[in-house]
Design a protein around this ligand. Structure first.
Ligand code: TYD
Length: 217
């Protein structure tokens, strides 16, 4: 893949209600203040086809969605996202800040739905042409705290969110296992820390790898 000097691919991961979207917005703001070209995006989504797949796979009311179909829809949305948005952004030297990526499929479909880590990793490596993040920030959230946070604004829970607490507890462990066993770079943070504290630690870590990649502010 063509990648301009200074390009960075940063992913935020974690259970539902971890505060990823808030931190993605703060990180994007921090990088833009320092003059970086930032593309902030999310999965599933980020492209027209990805947004359609998002509503197909997450909204209630499309009838039964079996585990393999679910995994394939997330992977299809991801393939379009990488090809149409992420790779072009990295090719021009941008920093991509992405809310969820392959580890979400490994945790939710591999462990949560029982499809298996290796199978889901293989599917997603194929779907993405093997594109891996430069840094994954895992916001580790207690499932009950996460549910409390995401239902506080009276927002309805989507198909995955409405799974029981033990499903979310297994997902939490699966994310932690990825951070321990994968050979990529991970920053694991306790999601119960204050918003500003988390934002400061995330900004420092991303500035650090940015310096290493020659894109420091
Ligand atoms: P998210 O956008 O984080 O939810 P929200 O914006 O409502 O906070 O993610 C949507 C849901 O999709 C979430 O429950 C996790 C699930 N998901 C998977 O199961 N597999 C995947 O590969 C991805 C990207 C998300």
């Amino acid at each position: 893949m063509q990648r301009a000097p200074g390009a960075l691919f940063v992913v935020l991961e974690g259970g539902d209600g971890a505060g990823k979207s808030t931190q993605a917005a703060l990180l994007a703001g921090h990088l833009q203040e320092h003059g970086r070209d930032v593309v902030r995006t999310r999965e599933p989504g980020g492209t027209p086809i990805g947004e359609k797949l998002r509503s197909l796979v997450l909204d209630h009311g499309h009838g039964e969605v079996d585990a393999r179909t679910e995994a394939l829809m997330f992977a299809a949305a991801r393939a379009a996202h990488v090809e149409q948005l992420i790779v072009p952004a990295l090719a021009r030297g941008a920093t991509v800040v992405c809310d969820r990526y392959i580890d979400s499929s490994v945790a939710y479909q591999g462990t949560g739905r029982g499809l298996g880590t290796d199978e889901v990793l293989a599917l997603n490596r194929w779907a993405t042409g093997g594109l891996r993040p430069d840094l994954t920030i895992l916001l580790d959230v207690d499932p009950q705290a996460g549910r409390h946070r995401r239902t506080a604004g009276a927002a309805a829970e989507d198909r995955l969110e409405s799974e029981p607490d033990d499903f979310h507890a297994r997902i939490r462990q699966a994310f932690l296992d990825r951070a321990t066993h994968d050979d990529g770079a991970y920053l694991v943070l306790d999601a119960s820390l204050g918003v500003d504290e988390l934002a400061g630690r995330i900004a420092a870590a991303v500035d650090g790898i940015g310096q290493a990649a020659g894109s420091a502010p």
